[in-house]
Design a protein around this ligand. Structure first.
Ligand SMILES: C[S@@+](CC[C@H](N)C(=O)[O-])C[C@H]1O[C@@H](n2cnc3c(N)ncnc32)[C@H](O)[C@@H]1O
Length: 266
């Protein structure tokens, strides 16, 4: 299955900012506690975007690690490189398309991670096979993505506003099933961990910012609900009306992010 996907850097950064502002749990703390990366590790982050996880590992290890971030979006890679220059982290950010052979020799990395990205892979067995190839024996893969119960309230509001069923999301609809299965077929040991982060919006405005930054993220998936910009704005207006009525009823809008983390060892 080929999935067309193009993240805009602005939307990604808006969502990261909203998670930090309105969330009550910290996915970075969960990630480093779970992975416990050691000094001297060679780490590859796949679909690194603007480098969030790479900078997290760098800071956690006080710079004592060889970290590489790979992505196919040059705009996001440039943002990451600019941040790297500013902070002098020495992280390497390079082009990597996870649907193609990874540009690394086998048995190179202690840890390969991918946050909210690699589940868009066209051929899961091929891509997870590549992660396995570049890991050292005993090396670990960690893949995060939304579980089916993720952002229920977000989808409920859109369902009510549009009167239509929500299109299946490639991340959440595949995470526990085909993605877990593919990884556990390839790796020696595979386990599923869960992280929950309720986002409490004290007003409708930031929720609508989140809606826009999410609908455009997966725009191709949502096009069944609108054709072109006018219908898109029409749908946004309906979503805002429903969000306002929920807000008047409940005094807040609470959306829970439910994230799965698949941890596997070679
Ligand atoms: C939701 S963003 C997550 C970025 C980053 N991991 C984070 O958590 O901030 C998904 C990322 O996957 C990248 N991506 C999508 N398809 C890709 C592909 N075929 N090869 C490499 N990266 C890809 C996008 O460019 C984007 O940076």
């Amino acid at each position: 299955m080929e999935i067309k996907y193009q993240e805009t850097s602005k939307d990604l950064l808006v969502r990261i900012d909203i998670h930090a502002k309105y969330g009550s749990a910290n996915i970075d703390v969960w990630t480093v506690n779970l992975l416990d990366p050691k000094p001297g590790f060679h780490i590859l982050d796949v679909g690194c975007g603007a480098g969030k996880q790479c900078f997290l590992y760098h800071d956690h290890l006080g710079g004592d690690a060889a970290i590489t971030g790979g992505d196919f979006n040059e705009e996001l890679l440039d943002k990451a490189r600019t941040e790297d220059k500013k902070r002098k982290t020495g992280i390497e950010f390079r082009f990597l398309d996870f649907n193609k052979t990874f540009p690394f020799e086998e048995n190179r990395f202690d840890l390969c991670t991918s946050a909210f990205a690699i589940y868009y892979a066209s051929d899961l067995d091929f891509t997870f096979g590549e992660t396995h190839r570049i890991l050292k024996p005993g090396g670990r893969l960690f893949v995060t993505g939304p579980l089916p119960e993720n952002k229920q309230m977000f989808y409920d509001i859109i369902r009510e506003a549009s009167g239509q069923e929500i299109p299946p999301m490639p991340g959440s609809s595949r995470f526990k099933g085909p993605i877990f299965q593919s990884i556990s077929n390839i790796f020696a040991k595979t386990e599923l961990h869960t992280f929950e982060n309720p986002l409490t919006f004290p007003e409708v405005k930031p929720f609508m910012e989140y809606v826009r930054a999410s609908l455009s993220e997966d725009r191709k998936l949502w096009t069944r609900m609108f054709n072109g910009q006018d219908e898109y704005e029409g749908l946004i207006a309906k979503i805002e009306a429903v969000a306002n009525s929920w807000f008047q009823r409940d005094g807040k809008l609470v959306m829970t992010k439910v994230v799965g983390g698949i941890l596997a060892a070679k």
